[in-house]
Write a protein that binds this ligand. Structure first.
Ligand code: 4GX
Length: 253
């Protein structure tokens, strides 16, 4: 899988690209990430990427020229004609684990990281396939959202996780939050591990974990617990990553 990331701060990505599972996936050739500096596609003396908004108002907006040229450059690479262009923005579709599963089968993604007050609407209308939001809060730019998207997709690529790491049996694959985990020592500063986990009774352990997961989900994410209950009357709905109906509706890729 290939990612092109368009940003005015490509250096922000070195941490996530050069550590852990993403580094290993890159070394194994599972993913190829190219950082594209938007300023390389400017045409004036000051290398400007932004200008003041028509109609007035606070702040600056990314001008269309460098973004159109940068995306055309990314597409010009062999196989890139069909790349999907994603813009990270609080106005986007909320990112989910299901979307990560659907993105993991797309051969080439181009991620556009904006700054300031946003980008010229023509970029969104004529260049971007899908706007994605990583949550209802405002960051200083789209780089951290792009990292979150990249990270959640790369770990789903076949072979990206090691033997001990599995993407199948975790939160959201069950539709619930995770049950609590414990490891040694069995007692630490007087705090002990729940007795049932030391019992060796696997049926009892499984029942306890389900109860804990449901209890936690009800407390922290009541809306998830409701969906879980609706789905458990139709069990086919909860199978795992990348098996569910698309959530992109008419914005579908
Ligand atoms: N999930 N940001 C985009 C620039 C911007 C401002 C206004 C469009 C309109 C974000 C998020 C996010 C910060 C990325 C502002 N673009 N992106 N940037 N939350 O906060 O995705």
């Amino acid at each position: 899988m290939k990612f092109d990331i368009i940003s005015v701060f490509p250096e922000l990505f070195s941490g996530v690209l050069d550590c852990g599972i993403i580094r290993r996936a890159r070394q194994a050739g599972l993913v190829d990430v190219r950082l594209v500096n938007l300023r390389d596609f400017t045409s004036d003396r000051h290398r400007s990427v932004d200008d003041r908004p028509y109609g007035g108002g606070e702040g600056m907006v990314f001008i269309p020229g460098p973004l159109f040229d940068a995306v055309e450059f990314c597409r010009a690479t062999k196989g890139g004609e069909n790349a999907k262009v994603v813009f990270l923005t609080p106005q986007g579709r909320p990112w989910t684990q299901n979307m990560a599963g659907e993105f993991a089968v797309i051969p080439h993604l181009i991620l556009i990281c904006g700054r300031y007050e946003g980008v010229d609407q023509r970029v969104i209308d004529y260049l971007v396939d899908l706007e994605v939001s990583i949550g209802d809060f405002i960051l200083t730019g789209g780089e951290i959202p792009a990292m979150a998207l990249l990270d959640s997709v790369v770990r789903l690529l076949p072979g990206a996780l090691g033997c001990g790491e599995s993407a199948v049996n975790e939160s959201f694959s069950t539709g619930l939050l995770d049950y609590p985990q414990y490891t040694r020592p069995a007692e630490y500063r007087g705090y002990s591990v729940p007795e049932v986990l030391l019992s060796g009774d696997h049926a009892k352990i499984e029942k306890w974990r389900k109860e804990k997961a449901l209890e936690k989900t009800k407390r922290v994410r009541p809306e998830l617990a409701r969906i879980f209950h609706e789905n458990s009357s139709a069990p086919a709905a909860q199978t795992g990553v990348n098996t569910r109906r698309t959530q992109w509706g008419d914005e579908g890729i």
